[in-house]
Design a protein around this ligand. Structure first.
Ligand code: UD1
Ligand code: UDP
Length: 381
């Protein structure tokens, strides 16, 4: 039996963890024992527990309850907590997802006490080191033993940083194994789509017309914390809703809802609140999110996960950032990078709303990335 400790903490990691936990339960229950550590980075029920309940993830064995604070305090508290758990449980591997502070904390804690690290979503790069996530993912990749990239671009990024495809078993932090395995979130999108179709009532509850609303999410720190950018984004959403007479549904991340009053111009805030076409709603469950993503006309987001899921559900996307790690969807013509530039956002909307013939080839694996990851772990005990 191989013992793994999995660290989750922020919303997207909790959702990602469902794919591996499901693969273990269905295919490797006698070979892999999973211990789940929730750092408590996200803690509101609709940012955390809803996913554990809805997606069949085992209840975490530990919760570090670190909560919100500055990068250093939050990360250091996690490092201390994770190290204690690793020393107590002596796992074969620590499994880390993505690029959050919870990922970084796991990488620091495990690498210093020589617990091999599995990094899922390795190799992604924005080439923008002002993003905390870029620092987190580089540090995690360079301390990992098994690195699983969802895309060919991610694998190439690793090779460009000196990782070698020619390394042989047994893998270690000094002789890491790199793999292009597809995206576990593609596994999840395929798996949960029919469950969402059966269970979610969000389209009806919000009186939305299928294929005739925009889904938008905004939470990236450089958008929320910069009033110029935040005003440009919300200004564009209001203008599109009014000019095009189309509803815009915005499940608001708590970071964004807490800052709207202080960072948006009073007039704009008033027009958002009084416009029936703008639907600001609390964060939604993943099954509801799939319903929104698969039934909307178009997605406008600064989220990494949401831009990719738009592609999975054949929806065009306007990316509210200056670059993306998921370059394939832009190269494919399915997404446009519009940054937080009102003019570019408006132009991108006009271009995408009437663009026909966008194709969405399957670039993110075969829906079995999680099984591949588990098999590879088992082959390198
Ligand atoms: C974090 C990740 C980001 C990821 C995002 C996913 C880092 C550095 N950033 O950003 O990569 O895209 O999660 O959603 O790890 N808050 C609540 N309730 C919660 C959680 C957060 O109110 O349950 C509020 C707090 O005011 C907090 C703020 O949101 O200060 C930011 O939370 P934090 O986890 O620090 O960063 P995110 O912006 O969520
Ligand atoms: N998500 C969700 N409910 C929401 C917003 C997002 O379930 O209200 C899901 C979304 O479908 C995706 C993940 O959360 O799977 C993305 O998380 P987020 O945008 O917070 O972070 P990022 O992917 O940018 O790191």
């Amino acid at each position: 039996m191989i013992k793994i400790v999995t660290v989750i903490g922020a919303r997207p990691q909790i959702i990602k963890a469902a794919a591996i936990s499901r693969a273990i339960k269905n295919h490797f229950p006698d070979q892999i024992q999973e211990i789940i550590v929730h750092t408590g980075q996200h803690y509101d029920a609709n940012m955390s527990q809803v996913f554990i309940d809805e997606l069949g993830i085992p209840q975490p064995d530990y919760n570090l309850n670190v909560g919100s604070s500055g990068h250093a305090k939050q990360t250091s508290e996690m490092i201390v907590g994770i190290e204690t758990i690793l020393l107590e449980n002596k796992p074969n591997y620590l499994v880390l997802y993505g690029d959050t502070n919870s990922t970084l904390a796991g990488a620091v804690a495990a690498s210093k006490i020589h617990v091999p690290i599995v990094h899922i979503e390795a190799g992604l790069r924005s080439f923008n080191k002002s993003m905390p996530e870029e620092i987190n993912r580089i540090m995690c990749d360079h301390t990992s033993t098994l690195l699983f990239s969802p895309t060919a671009t991610g694998l190439n990024n690793l090779i460009n940083e000196g990782f070698r495809l020619t390394n042989k078993l047994p893998y270690s932090a000094d002789n890491p194994g790199i793999f292009h395995c597809g995206d576990i979130m593609y596994d999840n999108s395929l798996y949960f789509k029919s469950i969402s179709d059966n269970r979610s009532t969000i389209i009806k509850d919000n009186k939305l017309e299928k294929d005739n609303f925009i889904l938008s999410t905004i939470h990236r720190d450089n958008n929320t914390d910069d009033p110029v950018r935040l005003n440009a984004i919300f200004g564009s959403l209001v203008e599109i809703a009014s000019q095009e007479n189309i509803s815009v549904v915005i499940p608001l991340h708590p970071r964004t809802s807490k800052i709207l009053e202080s960072n948006l111009d009073a007039e704009l805030l008033k027009s958002i609140k009084s416009n029936p076409k703008i639907k600001l709603i609390p964060p939604v469950s993943f099954l509801d999110m799939i319903a929104l993503e698969s039934n909307c006309k178009l997605v406008m987001t600064d989220s990494g996960g949401v831009q990719k899921e738009a592609y999975y559900f054949n929806k065009p996307c306007i990316i509210l950032r200056s670059e993306t790690e998921w370059v394939e969807i832009v190269e494919q013509g399915a997404a446009i990078i519009a940054n937080a530039d009102k003019e570019k956002i408006m132009q991108s909307y006009k271009k995408l709303k009437s663009k026909t013939g966008i194709t969405f080839p399957k670039l993110f694996g075969n829906g079995k990335a999680a099984e591949f990851i588990c098999e590879t772990i088992l082959n390198n005990p």
